[in-house]
Design a protein around this ligand. Structure first.
Ligand SMILES: [Fe+2]
Ligand SMILES: [Fe+2]
Length: 234
């Protein structure tokens, strides 16, 4: 499968586009945002665990990044409530489950080969920093080789300057409504802006909270090997 993994094209998924499909494990379903590969894939998905469901023990050959969106996610190492940010590096393993159910953003095979940092952050317990313009506050989550991941809170009616994403940009809107000159993106919207794309984002009366990653498009991450480059030019 090759879904939204052409690094030269913009991709957008809006809340009304969500369609969850069953995973091979009972009670676990997923909404695919991007995917390259077969059963093993470089993939970004919204994953839902029904109450009492779990996954078999597995090793993350290409690394796994998780943001807990709702509920509480667990594995043998701990319980991770909504707002938790986890990075399980290449070679790590675990057996995940959820007692009461949860919804996650999951990114697989999007680690650099030398990124071995294990991370479990409770973003609700961290200190936010002022952003580049009034109204923005930033909670950095992770940085490695120019790939930056953060949560950014936008106060109502914040306007950010026009900027270029040399290494691409991925956004998941977590709360409120995010805008740029190309559209309106309510909570649950997902955007992939290609390398060297530009935009002028802003918020309205609602403000917004977004997850944002920059620098990873075409950065030579482990799972880039699954991307069919023939598909990109066809
Ligand atoms: Fe996992
Ligand atoms: Fe941007």
């Amino acid at each position: 499968m090759q879904l939204n993994c052409d690094f030269e094209k913009r991709a957008i998924v809006l809340p009304e586009d969500y369609q969850f499909v069953s995973s091979p494990l009972a009670g676990v379903s997923r909404m695919m945002l991007d995917r390259a590969g077969g059963e093993v894939a470089r993939a970004t998905s919204i994953v839902r665990y029904a109450a009492g469901s779990g996954y078999s023990s597995h090793t993350h050959d290409g690394g796994e990044e998780i943001l807990v969106l709702e509920g509480t996610f667990s594995d043998e190492h701990g319980d991770y409530p909504a707002g938790s940010y986890l990075r399980n590096p290449p070679g790590s393993s675990h057996q995940p489950f959820s007692c009461a159910g949860c919804t996650l953003l999951v990114k697989l095979w999007q680690f650099a080969a030398d990124d071995r940092q294990q991370l479990a952050l409770d973003t609700r317990q961290q200190n936010w920093r002022p952003g580049l313009v009034p109204g923005l506050s930033v909670l950095p989550l992770h940085e490695h080789n120019g790939v930056n991941t953060a949560l950014v809170r936008w106060a109502p009616n914040t306007v950010f300057s026009r900027h270029v994403h040399a290494g691409g940009e991925e956004i998941l809107v977590l709360e409120g409504v995010f805008y740029d000159e190309q559209g309106r993106y309510p909570a649950q919207s997902w955007l992939l802006n290609p390398r060297y794309s530009q935009h002028s984002p802003y918020t309205g009366e609602e403000g917004a909270l977004i997850y944002v990653k920059v620098g990873h498009i075409g950065a030579g991450l482990l799972g880039d090997r699954f991307i069919n480059t023939e598909h990109q030019t066809s």
